[in-house]
Design a protein around this ligand. Structure first.
Ligand code: CP
Length: 326
């Protein structure tokens, strides 16, 4: 490892160097190979891990749970309503209690400040499983998937198309810039990312050989892209905005035509999931026009969303092993 990550929190990728992120990807690949070869790890033997979830989750919850079990730890799910966090007791007090009992804490929730307070007071590593601002473990899985596909990250172009100011856009900008990629945020102007963050990412990119572009033009944004990335049009907690987002983001739906606009036969489609790609879910039936990617792409040969989903396990395991493992 470029640096010893033992004891570190994992709250956002801005806190990590390019070398540390690349090392986490290398460790993820090793752990993935081990798992596929049937080699069990013991780096977290005897440890207990708290998994706090204010918001629902399939991939993140299951990845943390299985990663704990694979490496010998006990995962304890603490769902919304199960604990006092911020209701009858301050976040700082809950952090101090959990830190006396658990060896590591995962948090998924709304406010990024909550995970920062947990990290400040727990006395054990705290990992961000998604906040309104950042989703750093997702980006490790995305980068591993791109690396597996193209054999490298440096110099590759990734176009994120959709809501340009959500946690995925923020985190992708930082993560891709850190590893020297050409990252494009393709979104209507009203959903462009925070200018201050873009300036920060430009500085990172200048140091790594990467670049960042923010544009409302699909044609400009996807030209030459090795990967097109989509997320849902309204994030968790924004359900009341679904109708307006549909109107705003309809022109940004990922279609086969958009994949062809990359000009690359080897371009791949990425999605953090869950995805609206057909009309079979409860919400999709309620909003027939909600669909950030057409089924032809989602189910097509260029799609890698389920490779990404699997890679959540290996990359989350790498974060826990690097920060807490023996
Ligand atoms: N991508 C992602 O975070 O999935 P979940 O919401 O299912 O955890």
């Amino acid at each position: 490892m470029a640096g010893n990550l033992r004891g570190r929190h994992f709250l956002k990728l801005l806190d990590f160097t390019s070398a540390e992120i690349n090392d986490l990807l290398t460790l993820s690949a090793t752990l993935k190979n081990n798992k596929r070869a049937g080699v069990r790890g013991h780096t977290l033997d005897g440890k207990s891990i708290a998994l706090i979830f204010e918001k629902p989750s399939t991939r993140t919850r299951c990845a943390f749970t299985v990663a704990c079990i694979d490496e010998g730890a006990h995962p304890e799910y603490l769902g919304k309503g199960d604990i006092q966090l911020g209701k009858k007791e301050t976040v700082a007090d809950t952090a101090r209690v959990l830190g006396r009992m658990f060896d590591g804490i995962e948090f998924r929730g709304f406010s990024h400040e909550t995970v920062e307070i947990l990290a400040e007071y727990a006395g054990v590593p705290v990992w961000n499983g998604l906040t309104d601002e950042w989703h750093p473990t997702q980006i490790l899985a995305d980068l591993l998937t791109v690396q597996e596909e193209f054999g490298r990250l440096n110099g590759l172009a990734l176009a994120y198309v959709g809501d340009g100011r959500n946690n995925m856009a923020n985190s992708l900008m930082v993560g891709c810039a850190k590893v020297g990629m050409d990252v494009r945020i393709v979104a209507p102007e009203s959903l462009h990312p925070d200018q201050g963050l873009v300036a920060q990412v430009e500085e990172i990119a200048a140091a790594t050989g990467g670049s960042v572009t923010v544009t409302a033009s699909v044609e400009e944004g996807v030209a030459g892209a090795h990967a097109i990335y989509a997320d849902v049009w309204a994030s968790m907690g924004e359900e009341d905005q679904i109708a307006s987002r549909i109107e705003l983001l309809k022109p940004y739906k990922v279609t086969q035509k958009m994949m062809e606009q990359t000009g690359r036969n080897d371009a791949i489609f990425l999605h953090c999931l869950p995805a609206f790609h057909n009309h079979e879910t409860v919400l999709a039936k309620q909003y027939p026009d909600i669909c950030e990617v057409e089924d032809e792409v989602f189910e097509g040969p260029q799609a890698r969303a389920f490779d990404e989903a699997e890679n959540r396990l290996h990359t989350i395991k790498a974060v826990m092993v690097a920060t807490l493992g023996n």
